[in-house]
Design a binder for this molecule. Structure first.
Ligand code: GLU
Length: 258
């Protein structure tokens, strides 16, 4: 299978903003093992801005765009250094690919991007993708990586996208407020009722943003690919997901790609 794993900042870092070493080590080990079993693995990673903020010792995420972009440049290095080091322990080579909205919207750029990703996979590497936050301006800003993961997956014909977040999946209501909230294990169509469970684009059940995840699911399902939202707390659940066990919420592809 060709699998895209999207890792959110909440999975990579402690609440302090510093790297969650144990979790990231486990994540890299599990992804390496799943790749060793014969799967093609790609990662869409967040965390550049957060790690940059931590590295230069800012007390909070900057509000102004220029400092934010500078922090992302600093953090992106740190992020890739960490992935490179950890994947190397398991003999895997990683490749950094940074994209902006223009690379998706423009036909020529998108073809280049897909060709590069395909060749990286053929070369047996693990492409690690993030938005190019340091140069993206408002006009060309995707802004979050759920959408980026969906766009990349749809364009490279992935079989499965896994969004690792700080929530177990999609619930019937906000599990932080309602103890009777039930996890929805499978969604076959993004109906207005399902969209309403995200609580609008501004509010969500976790820092990940459920509305962007559901929009991502819509895109991915149309492209013939399954998507799963699962909790990144214990990266070992990736084994269960790949084995087809019921973990988190699975959004079923509308029609399987041939
Ligand atoms: N590209 C952003 C970063 O690396 C993260 C976007 C997101 O969290 O979805 O900081």
């Amino acid at each position: 299978m060709r699998i895209v794993v999207k890792v959110g900042t909440s999975t990579l870092t402690h609440s302090t903003g510093n790297l969650n070493i144990r979790r990231v080590e486990t994540l890299c080990k599990v992804i390496s093992d799943i790749k060793n079993a014969g799967n093609e693995m790609l990662i869409v990673t967040s965390g550049a801005t957060g790690m940059g903020v931590g590295k230069i010792g800012l007390s909070k995420r900057p509000d102004d765009i220029t400092t934010k972009q500078a922090a992302a440049a600093i953090g992106q290095c740190e992020l890739m250094y960490t992935y490179d080091k950890l994947f190397l322990e398991y003999n895997h080579c990683v490749a950094q690919v940074l994209v902006t909205k223009a690379d998706i919207n423009n036909d020529e750029h998108r073809t280049n991007l897909c060709n590069t990703l395909t060749r990286l996979i053929e070369l047996n590497t693990i492409p690690i993708i993030n938005e190019n936050d340091s140069v993206a301006n408002e006009e060309f800003y995707i802004g979050e990586n759920d959408t980026l993961a969906a766009l990349v997956s749809a364009n490279i014909n992935a079989d499965l996208v896994i969004l690792l977040s700080d929530i177990d999946g999609l619930f019937t209501s906000d599990p932080h407020k309602n103890k009777d909230a039930k996890l929805i294990s499978e969604v076959v169509e993004i109906t207005p009722d399902i969209m309403a469970l995200a609580g609008g684009s501004a509010s969500n059940f976790g820092t990940g943003g459920m509305a962007t995840k559901l929009n991502a699911a819509k895109l991915v399902m149309e492209a013939g690919c399954d998507m799963i939202i699962a909790n990144g707390l214990h990266p070992e659940i990736l084994y269960d997901i790949v084995e087809g066990k019921s973990i988190g919420t699975r959004f079923k592809a509308r029609s399987k790609k041939i």
